[in-house]
Design a protein around this ligand. Structure first.
Ligand SMILES: [Zn+2]
Length: 537
């Protein structure tokens, strides 16, 4: 007699169905695992054995062979522990209802005392169970929140997948024996409210004074998902501004949200609550991070993929390794990254808003009105040349962050007065409101173009979205005398101008929108800093 139990193996965000088959054979007593697998996978046999003994199960005094199919696929991970334990339990106790085993997917790591631990890849496994028409999924209670978040997103389709979340192996055994005393497992309906939650994010813009320009920039990025490069002296608020942007961005659309959940679930066993409720992720790797950490490896997603649907913030951009910055061109262009090692090649989705911040020189005070720069000219030039042209060219908005010369005490007066008036909207709420209105306007227009954000508008679509006739566009170009700006530069300015027009609920791009967008181009920004004198533009 053999027992078959289904479980899953992860390969990036894809999952494949694995069947663990067990039978007793002649030979020395003990457990033997066959089929291609790693050491982590094999050590699951010992965990399963210890967990079964801990709950008082007598192991069969015969040789038990466990086979993992398909045999040629190299299996990795600790999610097979539960399947191993149940196979051995069913062989030694014939009272367990085996008919439940064939149509369910079992996925959990076991501790030595029989507790169920969460595993990576629960989201992809749930999608796999659905696509294979399985009846349900048995997981650790710590994986339930993320699966609930996934099923909440798929409310439009039929909710056919049952999910049972247990805390201990003995509860699963009791469920299989259909004992009246069995502890009821947690299910999706118990958990639905917990995984939804309100969308209140911190940090937000309530504790920051925004100039008129930065206010506009925040709105433009949140609506159009344009990339941004901030230049400025230390303490001018570059990092503060970037880290607060997710608080005004709308919830991720279902497609991006599911993909982001899959990527984060492949990265770690528990997905954070912010991501479960749909808040766009913000990833800010250190400038000494390795290529593997930023771009990913076949086994694990990198920062560019963890930022999918949200923001990748590179503080001190010129300090990042040049080859790493060059490698960002692929995800920026095609919204995915392909990584390979030995014979494995994996593609991770990575569509993000790139935010970069940099000082103007190594000491940080070049162009500042507060302190004098002490760097020799050659060092300033080297610093500025660290970022290659193609990367700069792919960034839509360039801004010199102005130094705030305000009375410092006003910082506190402002925040306390905002707190005292409960009926008045906070700065973050106002910004979020403006973003929602502009997005509703632009989504309506972009719907038939099949584009979700203005940053993704192609040249043909841009022409239609701008609502400008060729003559008026030509007139606008000649009025500004744009000889030094490349065609790509003009297209970028036009996209940003489209978002500015959306913020004003204007169907046609007006001259003032295009003028403001052009003032945020790399060339204008460099001229403002005085880079012309160094021959950099
Ligand atoms: Zn300096």
């Amino acid at each position: 007699m053999s027992i078959q139990i289904k479980t899953a193996h992860m390969e990036a965000t894809d999952c494949s169905l694995i069947t663990v088959e067990a039978c007793m054979m002649r030979g020395f007593s003990g457990l033997q695992l066959i089929g291609s697998h790693t050491d982590v996978c094999k050590s699951g046999l010992e965990r399963a054995k210890a967990a079964l003994e801990a709950i008082g199960f007598k192991l069969p005094q015969r040789k038990v062979v466990l086979s993992m199919m398909p045999a040629e696929l190299r299996k990795d991970g600790s999610q097979f522990d539960l399947a191993f334990a149940l196979c051995v339990a069913c062989l030694s106790n014939t009272q367990l209802k085996q008919e439940k085993l064939g149509s369910w997917l079992f996925l959990a790591e076991l501790s030595l005392n029989g507790e169920l631990r969460p595993v990576k890849g629960a989201i992809s496994s749930a999608l796999l169970a659905m696509s294979n028409g399985l009846e349900g999924l048995v997981v650790s209670h710590k994986n339930l929140d993320e699966i609930t978040a996934l099923l909440n997103l798929r409310q439009d389709g039929p909710l056919t997948l049952k999910v049972l979340a247990f805390k201990h192996l003995k509860d699963i055994i009791a469920w299989l024996q259909e004992e009246a005393s069995a502890k009821l497992p947690l299910t999706i309906s118990d958990n639905r409210e917990k995984a939804s939650g309100t969308f209140e994010l911190k940090p937000n813009f309530d504790d920051m004074i925004l100039s008129e320009t930065m206010n506009k920039i925040a709105l433009v990025i949140a609506c159009g998902r344009h990339s941004l490069f901030l230049y400025g002296s230390p303490g001018s608020g570059k990092s503060m501004f970037c880290s607060r942007l997710p608080s005004i961005m709308p919830k991720m659309v279902a497609e991006d949200h599911i993909e982001s959940l899959r990527i984060h679930s492949a990265f770690q066993a528990n997905v954070c609550h912010k991501l479960m409720i749909g808040s766009p992720p913000l990833r800010a790797p250190h400038h000494q991070a390795s290529s593997a950490a930023v771009l990913g490896v076949p086994e694990c997603p990198g920062e560019v993929s963890l930022a999918h649907g949200g923001i990748l913030f590179l503080d001190e951009l010129p300090e990042f390794r040049r080859d790493l910055l060059e490698a960002l061109r692929e995800p920026l262009q095609v919204s995915y990254v392909t990584v390979s090692r030995a014979r494995r090649k994996v593609t991770w989705k990575s569509r993000f808003v790139l935010l970069g911040a940099s000082n103007n020189c190594p000491c940080g005070w070049f162009g500042s009105v507060r302190r004098r720069c002490i760097c020799p000219t050659s060092k300033v030039l080297n610093y500025k040349r660290k970022i290659s042209g193609p990367i700069i060219d792919r960034i839509d908005i360039h801004i010199n962050m102005e130094e705030f010369m305000v009375d410092r005490s006003s910082l506190f007066v402002r925040s306390s007065s905002m707190n005292s008036k409960n009926d008045e909207k906070t700065q973050t709420q106002k910004l979020r409101n403006d973003v929602e209105l502009a997005l509703a306007f632009s989504n309506k227009r972009n719907e038939h173009l099949q584009v979700d954000y203005n940053c993704s508008l192609g040249s043909e679509q841009l022409h239609e979205a701008s609502q400008l006739s060729s003559q008026s566009f030509q007139r606008m170009i000649s009025a500004f005398g744009l000889t030094s700006i490349s065609n790509r530069g003009i297209a970028k300015a036009l996209k940003v101008a489209r978002t500015l027009a959306d913020l004003d609920q204007s169907k046609v791009i007006q001259e003032q929108h295009f003028r403001l967008a052009l003032s945020w181009s790399h060339e204008s920004c460099a001229k403002e800093r005085g880079d012309e004198a160094y021959g950099l533009i």
